[in-house]
Ligand binder design. Sequence first.
Ligand SMILES: Nc1ncnc2c1ncn2[C@@H]1O[C@H](COP(=O)(O)OP(=O)(O)OP(=O)(O)O)[C@@H](O)[C@H]1O
Length: 583
Amino acid sequence: MKAATQAPDALIRDLQRSFAGGLAYAGFLSFCVNILLLTVPLFMIQVQERVVVSRSLDTLTMLLVIAVGALALYGTIEFIRSLTFQAMASIFARRLNLPALQAAVSASLEQGSGQSTQAIRDLNDIRYFIASSAIATPLEAAWSPIFLAVLFIFHPIYGLVGAVSLLILLILGVLSDLLTRRILKEANEAGVASINEVGASLRHAETIEAMGMLPALAKRWRGQQLAMIEHLDLGTRRGKFIAALTRSSRMTMQLAIYATGAVLIIRNEVSAGTLMAASILLGRLLAPFDSMIGDWRQWVLAASAWKRVRDLVQSRVSQRQTVPTPRTQGDLVIDRVVFAPQGSEQTVIKSVSFTLEPGEVLGIVGPSGAGKSTLARLLVGVLKPNVGGVYLDGHNVFLWERSSFGDMVGYLPQSVSLLNGTIAENIARMRNPDPHAILEAARIAGVHELIGRMPLGYDTNVNDGDFKLSGGQRQRIGLARALYGSPRLVVLDEPNANLDAEGEQGLIRAVNAARESGAIVVLIAHRPSIMQVVDKILVLREGRINQFGPRSAIAGMITPGGLVEMEPAKQAEQPKPVREVTA
Ligand SMILES: Nc1ncnc2c1ncn2[C@@H]1O[C@H](COP(=O)(O)OP(=O)(O)OP(=O)(O)O)[C@@H](O)[C@H]1O
């Protein structure tokens, strides 16, 4: 919950701090693990130097007890360390899940829906990476000076071989980074773009199949995927080459330390016991660097995923308030709203102002492309005005904390999207269903009987393979969802587009019921038949208010196409600007 109410910069800082804390703790555990890893080489030396020379079985037994105890401790600490990584991974995913989703939803509104699925994939990738053994390697590498020091203590020549070996692996590591990082990042970005595009297109599978568009689309996707595969292949090839070179170099180094040890033993400069121990120590010294070179691809991909998630969270969440606002009832004030889509030169809504009181129903009409749906999205706080603002009982609807705003608002978008779940869950907006409220919303929307005729009634799954809802049925269930919980503001974008006469009568009854409960209803419609239910009409043309006034004054001017046949007039009701607001 904390993450949901935290500003994004603070959340990221907090997360990085707690991650650093976790790493420090894991680093301490790594220190213990690495010290305990000296058990085997030390045991070997002691056996060579004490047991073999003295032939004492008691000494051997004592050494064995100490060594086995140390190794048991090693296993325990290693287990605790892996649990620490797992806990770090799950804290990370839990705290970022909601903010990343919120940010992805906002980004999807502007750039398409690929963002939300990508954010989830990225979070999962990061979680796996933190929980994997890859994250432990730098912590182990940090203790390599200890192993190097022990090698120097055995004999300076052992130390020298260790230092040279380490240097060679470091050079190979840098080479691996130079040869693969950029190309793997590019491949990853191309892969993400390609998956997003395929995902977005597959939502229109029906259109693709009906009009045989698949071969043409497959050609486009292949083009993108080829670029990604080529980059990935090249990066992976280079990575594998360096990894193979590293492995054979590492084995050569093992030979070198053995040969060095043999020479030193021949010269009586070290005991035979140090030979095995030095070899094991060199292996421990080089292992983390070897692993890091082998795992480098995972590091690059995890870094890219983290950058995407961090940028997404930091760029979006701050736009909304995090404190819930209590349910309220008051005027809806649209104050000099100007809106231009991001990256577009076109201003879609041009200084629109009007006020609605509780219990008023407004009809918005206008030609195609006039900006009606855009205005609807501004009313429900989906879009942020560039200038001006939309206020419900004095609260800015865009800034409003989304969950509490959802309690106040019902929205039926032009293309009705029911979510994966039962009809009851959909009407209850995927929250814990309140059966009484569901039935009431269904009754007001006039869909109770219609749902009763479905295979499992309210428990029918809307995406069930055996049962498919018609466009009109979806629209009517969408209306029930919009009316669930007696919202104070109801915005319906072409709610009668797919309705038959019965559906339209149900819609009229629903709008009247919402009005009687004191809700403000905004209705966008092409078909003028629904306009009989409204109190006021707003005619929008090229993003401006062309007419605004009582239905009786405006209705006669509307043609069946929703056009008004007169010049822009003095607007019947234009409230004075409420406040100076710039976004
Ligand atoms: N995200 C966006 N990016 C670019 N242009 C946009 C965006 N959203 C809307 N527009 C443009 O704004 C204009 C108004 O679109 P809108 O969907 O609001 O019109 P409308 O009046 O609802 O049309 P219709 O009656 O056909 O549904 C159109 O020219 C559209 O291309």
